[in-house]
Design a protein around this ligand. Structure first.
Ligand code: HEC
Ligand code: HEC
Ligand code: HEC
Length: 355
């Protein structure tokens, strides 16, 4: 076929346009793909050692703003820091029965209303409870402590965590300040820097939830554990891999808002973690943290959907297992609604009460 010069021009133009369109499409696809990989416009690169939330605030100003609002004083009829006082109200003075209940525990010396996350480290540094020997474990829930754990464990945070109770609170707190990570809980504690996926980082939680999964305590509120129990169990339960999105939303808070056993003689232990079989047959609900031997206080959740990608924080199998009952007199416990609100059911009904 013979092409006229006009036809040739048209054909060339058509080819050029088609090429342009196909290229534009490819560029567009490529852009969308990289957007999917980096769903945020990052003005500031953040990584595992960036514990200062202000740096993250450059990329996520709204979230940073709400983070800063934890410094605002709030009060409800259940407590809280409501005024201009330097420190929140002293609970044990307002409610003397609390002081009596905690006699022999450091809580009987100083126990105030809690307040927002912005204060967690400062309040811990000021509490009179530190007049009794306290271990470095206290920092687990009051600071952005993961880089320090990695330093203590030569890169292995779990190992560093297991060393941390051997330091006095003062020693470890000094190390924290020297390391430049003296910040309250920060973005990096709940988010994977690259993707902003939720994750749990706290070793105490990872060990505790795994022990809970391996126990036979009923967990109807944790479907991912029930599912794991039915599976081959070839890998230990890992909330960062197995937890549903809804579970993760509670797990991140459960890294600290949990009953625990914290002493100078062993690593921090979460309720549900390191409970020996022998002890799990005890009646439940007998007392707080250091004296209960069963179950978990992680809040109930509904299931939304499975998660997939494997993320970085790994738990390790090391660490002593034993009973949580070797309580020293200074073992503090934080959130314990059972003992604050009502005596254990067994005491009320008389059945199964402890002698
Ligand atoms: C790293 C440990 C840690 C994590 C993770 C954590 N918290 Fe806290 N939270 C604390 C500490 C410690 C305090 C008490 C601070 C104080 O009194 O100085 C606190 C206080 C609070 C308070 C009381 C605020 C007030 O004004 O009285 C609320 C509510 C709260 N946290 C909710 C949450 C929720 C919801 C999550 C999860 C999204 C969460 N926390 C995750 C450690 C943590
Ligand atoms: C497992 C996590 C965890 C550990 C370990 C922990 N805390 Fe806390 N701490 C919390 C949480 C959560 C709150 C908020 C309590 C509330 O909601 O009533 C809190 C509140 C506080 C407060 C403010 C209110 C008060 O009790 O006067 C102080 C001070 C404090 N902790 C000191 C300590 C000290 C000292 C240690 C070590 C002996 C310690 N914490 C260990 C989680 C922890
Ligand atoms: C105690 C845990 C915790 C801390 C600390 C925390 N976040 Fe979050 N963040 C959450 C939870 C829970 C969600 C809701 C996730 C979901 O929808 O499943 C969330 C959601 C987000 C999202 C939306 C993620 C998405 O899926 O699009 C961004 C962005 C974010 N946070 C930024 C921050 C920044 C910035 C900081 C620090 C200033 C921060 N967060 C600190 C727990 C935390």
């Amino acid at each position: 076929m013979k092409l006229s010069w006009k036809g040739a021009i048209v054909l060339t133009a058509a080819t050029a346009i088609a090429t342009f369109l196909v290229t534009a499409l490819l560029v567009n696809i490529f852009e969308r793909k990289s957007e999917a990989r980096n769903p945020y416009v990052l003005l500031e690169q953040v990584g595992e050692d960036d514990t200062d939330p202000a740096k993250w605030g450059v990329n996520w100003p709204r979230e940073y703003d709400s983070y800063k609002r934890t410094a605002i004083t709030t009060r409800t009829r259940f407590g809280g820091h409501g005024g201009s006082e330097a420190l929140p109200a002293e609970k044990i003075e307002r409610d003397p029965w609390l002081k009596r209940m905690f006699l022999g525990y450091a809580f009987s010396i100083d126990y105030r209303d809690r307040r927002g996350h912005a204060y967690m480290l400062a309040d811990q540094e000021q509490t009179e409870r530190l007049t009794k020997p306290q271990s470095g474990s206290c920092l687990h829930c009051h600071a952005s402590v993961m880089p320090l754990y990695r330093t203590l464990g030569n890169g292995d945070a779990m190992q560093g965590f297991e060393e941390s109770y051997k330091f006095t609170y003062k020693e470890l707190n000094q190390k924290l300040h020297d390391s430049g990570h003296a910040h309250p809980v920060s973005c990096v504690d709940c988010h994977t820097p690259k993707t902003m996926q939720l994750r749990v980082t706290r070793p105490g939680f990872l060990v505790g939830i795994r022990a809970l999964a391996e126990s036979d305590a009923p967990v109807p509120h944790l479907p991912s554990i029930e599912q794991w129990r039915q599976g081959p169990r070839s890998q230990p339960y890992d909330p960062n891999e197995d937890g549903t999105r809804t579970e993760m939303r509670s797990f991140v808070c459960g890294q600290c808002h949990v009953e625990y056993y914290c002493a100078t003689k062993r690593p921090l232990t979460f309720r549900g973690g390191r409970v020996s079989r022998r002890r799990t047959s005890r009646p439940s609900g007998t007392a707080c943290g250091s004296k209960t031997g069963r179950g978990s206080s992680i809040t109930p959740m509904r299931r939304v959907g499975p998660r997939s990608s494997r993320r970085s924080t790994r738990s390790s199998s090391s660490g002593a297992r034993g009973s949580m009952h070797a309580a020293t007199s200074l073992a503090p416990t934080v959130t314990c609604p059972t003992c604050v609100k009502a005596p254990p059911r067994s005491r009320i009904t008389g059945s199964g009460a402890r002698s």
